[in-house]
Design a protein around this ligand. Structure first.
Ligand code: NDP
Length: 333
């Protein structure tokens, strides 16, 4: 089997020295274990944070160990009473083509409800992040204006659609005209802004939001967020989900201070991680699956093929080469 290890902790943007491909033996399952063949590997921005040795809400990756993260796989050998050959499972065992798991380490997923890859995206980690961050912290009311940065990504595209379901006026900020056309034409966003071609982002946000900004779902941080903060309404809510614009910075992320804005606007800014909502996952999963089945939610995936392309796919996140969830397909179902 093949594995990808963290060879070096990156400074700035990760490169070919960050990752090392190795071969390893497949271990046949013992009692209570299954052998899994990887079908889809999830690449996610948070993994960048785990590549450095700094305290966070999840432990750093270990050097010279397999990079872990969300994976969908197929059981190809079983010595378990709970899982049989052909079952599709989700786990966190990361960047390797095969894995021998204890039966409690992975969870069987429903193959019928939607394509299996959705359990890593709209029905999985990124969909749930959108659901809880928007509804628990953002709390959009009908007719309010919701602005989303990273709007065409895995989390952002779901946030906008849930905000529409709740009757909000939805404005997306993304990095290409093609992404913005997708948001307007397919997902029915009310307005979009391309932050790469604008000459005055704060003005464009003001124009796109004639009634100001009530909820700002922040996926990116940095200058984009500074421009949104300049347009907040009184009692605005800001779920701080991610800050991808800073993940590869080598120096400090320096910008305008926000305290006086928060005071003047009586605004609420709250960071969160999906793990905060672990006891409510069933509620979120049920709502997302229902909306998907009712046709109220749509999704797009960007799928790269081939185990050898996992590091490139990961780096694509920072180049904006994805619309919706970015996945790597390793083998046929
Ligand atoms: P995305 O699918 O949104 O992919 C990342 C996107 O970020 C790219 O497509 C790109 O789109 C945009 N981007 C990259 N670099 C920059 C930059 N310098 N400035 C602005 N935009 C940039 O990823 P996810 O949906 O998985 O994650 C979105 C955010 O949510 C991330 O910050 C992530 O860390 C965070 N997150 C947080 C969780 C939590 O529990 N708090 C859980 C999951 C994700 P574009 O073309 O528009 O630039």
């Amino acid at each position: 089997k093949q594995q990808i290890l963290l060879a070096e902790r990156p400074k700035g943007t990760p490169d070919e020295h960050t990752f090392q491909f190795v071969e390893a033996d497949i271990k046949q399952p013992e009692e209570g274990e299954v052998l899994i063949q990887t079908l889809y590997v999830s690449v996610d921005p948070y993994m960048r944070g785990r590549m450095i040795d700094a305290p966070s809400y999840v432990a750093p990756f270990e050097l010279n160990a397999v990079i872990d993260g969300g994976v969908i796989g197929k059981v190809i050998a079983s010595k378990s009473n709970q899982l049989e050959i052909g079952d599709i499972v989700i786990g966190g065992y990361g960047w390797q083509t095969h894995y021998t798991a204890s039966e409690d380490e992975v969870r069987k997923v429903d193959k019928e409800i939607a394509p299996i890859s959705t359990h890593l995206g709209i029905l999985g980690m990124t969909g749930l992040t959108a659901y809880f961050g928007l509804l628990d912290i953002g709390r959009p009311k009908e007719g309010e204006t919701v602005v989303i940065s990273g709007a065409a990504g895995a989390v952002g595209s779901v946030v906008g659609q849930i905000a529409k379901i709740k009757g909000a006026y939805v404005v997306g900020i993304a990095g290409s005209d093609e992404k913005n056309r997708y948001l307007s034409d397919e997902l029915q966003f009310d307005a979009t802004i391309n932050y790469k071609t604008t000459t005055n982002l704060a003005n464009d946000i003001a124009k796109a939001c004639p009634n100001g900004v009530d909820v700002y779902f922040d996926n990116v941080g940095g200058d984009i967020s500074d421009a949104v903060h300049a347009n907040l309404n009184k009692f605005a809510r800001i779920p701080v989900c991610g800050a991808i614009s800073s993940y590869n910075l080598e120096g400090e992320d320096i910008g305008p201070r926000i305290q006086t804005t928060l005071i003047k606007k009586s605004a609420l800014m709250q960071g969160f991680t999906l793990g905060d909502y672990a006891d409510r996952f069933p509620e979120g999963s049920k709502a997302l699956a229902q909306w998907l089945q009712q046709g109220k939610l749509q999704y797009q995936e960007t799928i790269k093929e081939g185990f050898e392309n996992i590091p490139d796919a990961f780096l694509d996140l920072f180049k904006g080469n994805n619309t919706g969830k970015l996945l790597v397909k390793i083998a046929e179902q």
